[in-house]
Every structure is written in structure tokens, then in C-alpha cells.
Design a protein around this ligand. Structure first.
Ligand code: ZN
Length: 216
């Protein structure tokens, strides 16, 4: 699926050019509400790519981390200079019930592939409610201030690449980016295997969005 209109900074796709200003920025980037400087994804959360991610995540097929991490490295432009990889942390309770931290595995595979260090520096400050099924505004409220970097020295002055499996509204990546910036990170780039197309989150499609939304 192709989208013709993207925010120049966060690369959020839009159905038309209306939300973008003369510099090509979306309202959130314009108001400085994005915690990351750029976001890239291998493809849209759709079809075979969505199925692959669901199998990886819910069937806990850890061997899929390797091919999926190769998609991540394909999505990252060569112009991005990265110092370290940081996975979006899973809440311990969800890791315990699922027995598998898919994002951490992806980050570790990408670290092996690129030789960049994988720093598990983000921690969750409170238990986040699962994001699936919430509106943009609810998601932002749900995750704001829910991440922290206890050891700021490890990220200070660095260009950080945050990893997640699916980017939906960018609320989680944004909250992680804000925590990293607060700790002194120089630049934060987000990369995900897939990105959900915002055009599917129109109110009349909420039911469908809920059934397929797994990321945040
Ligand atoms: Zn934007």
C-alpha cells in the first residue's frame, strides 16, 4: 500500500496534504510533541508482513527475529549515523505472561548484524495499559512519562536508534524518545518492521483497526 503524503520529520503517512504545513511537517512535529527526530519502517502493517509479525509475536517463534532484523536494517537509511540501539521495553508482567520479549530479540539481532551496541537503558515507570484499541489522544496520554532512563550517562550525547515491531500512532516511540532526550540523547531515530497506515484509523473502521492493531 502506498501513501503519497508523509510528514518530512516523523514520516507519518496521511491521506492528503492537508495536515502538513509548508515545511511538510505534521501538527505533532510542528508543535515539538514528537519525542523522536525521524521514524522509518520497512513496510505497512498489512498482508504478509502483518501476518509474519503476528506469528513472530504471538507464536513466539524466536528464529523469525533474524529475518525481521534484516528488514529493519533495510529500512534504515545509510545517512543516519547511529551510536547505539535501544529496544522499547516490554512491561515485566507482559513478558512474564508471554514468556518472550520480541522487541529485545529484534534489537539484539540488529546489534549483531550492525555491530552497534544494544543498550537496554529504558525502563517503564508504571504499568502501561495495552495500547490496542485506544484513540491517538488516549494513547499519548497512556504512555506519556511512562518511560525513564535511570542511567543517563549511557545515552548522553549519543544518536540513538529505538526499535519496536509496529509503529501505530508513534505514541510509545515518542514517549521513549522524550525520556532519551531528557537523559541527554542527541538524536533519536525510531525504526519498526511495519507501520500501521493512519488512514485505517478513521472512526468507521475502528472495529477493524482494533482487531488488527497490535503495536503502539
Ligand atoms: Zn510529523
Amino acid at each position: 500500500m502506498a501513501a503519497d503524503h508523509f510528514c518530512q520529520a516523523c514520516r507519518t503517512p496521511f491521506a492528503n496534504a492537508f495536515p502538513l504545513d509548508e515545511n511538510g511537517l505534521c501538527p505533532l512535529c510542528r508543535r515539538g510533541m514528537r519525542g523522536y527526530d525521524a521514524a522509518y519502517s520497512y513496510g505497512f502493517y498489512d498482508g504478509n508482513l502483518a501476518r509474519l509479525i503476528q506469528i513472530y509475536k504471538y507464536s513466539a517463534i524466536s528464529t523469525l527475529a533474524q529475518p525481521l532484523s534484516s528488514l529493519l536494517s533495510l529500512a534504515l537509511p545509510r545517512s543516519e549515523r547511529i551510536d547505539a540501539i535501544v529496544p522499547v521495553p516490554m512491561h515485566w508482567f507482559r513478558r512474564w505472561t508471554r514468556g518472550f520479549d520480541q522487541t529485545r530479540l529484534l534489537a539484539e539481532e540488529l546489534s549483531k548484524r550492525t555491530g552497534l551496541p544494544c543498550l537496554r537503558v529504558l525502563s517503564r515507570t508504571r504499568r502501561g495499559t495495552p495500547q490496542a484499541g485506544l484513540s491517538d489522544r488516549e494513547r499519548r496520554k497512556n504512555v506519556a512519562n511512562s518511560f525513564a532512563v535511570p542511567d543517563a550517562a549511557r545515552v548522553r550525547g549519543k544518536n540513538i536508534l529505538i526499535i519496536d515491531d509496529v509503529l501505530t500512532t508513534g505514541a510509545t516511540a515518542s514517549a521513549c524518545g522524550l525520556a532519551l532526550k531528557k537523559a541527554g540523547a542527541r538524536r533519536v531515530t525510531a525504526i519498526t518492521v511495519a507501520r500501521a497506515d493512519r488512514r485505517f484509523y478513521a472512526p468507521e473502521l475502528t472495529g477493524r483497526a482494533r482487531s488488527t492493531s497490535v503495536g503502539s
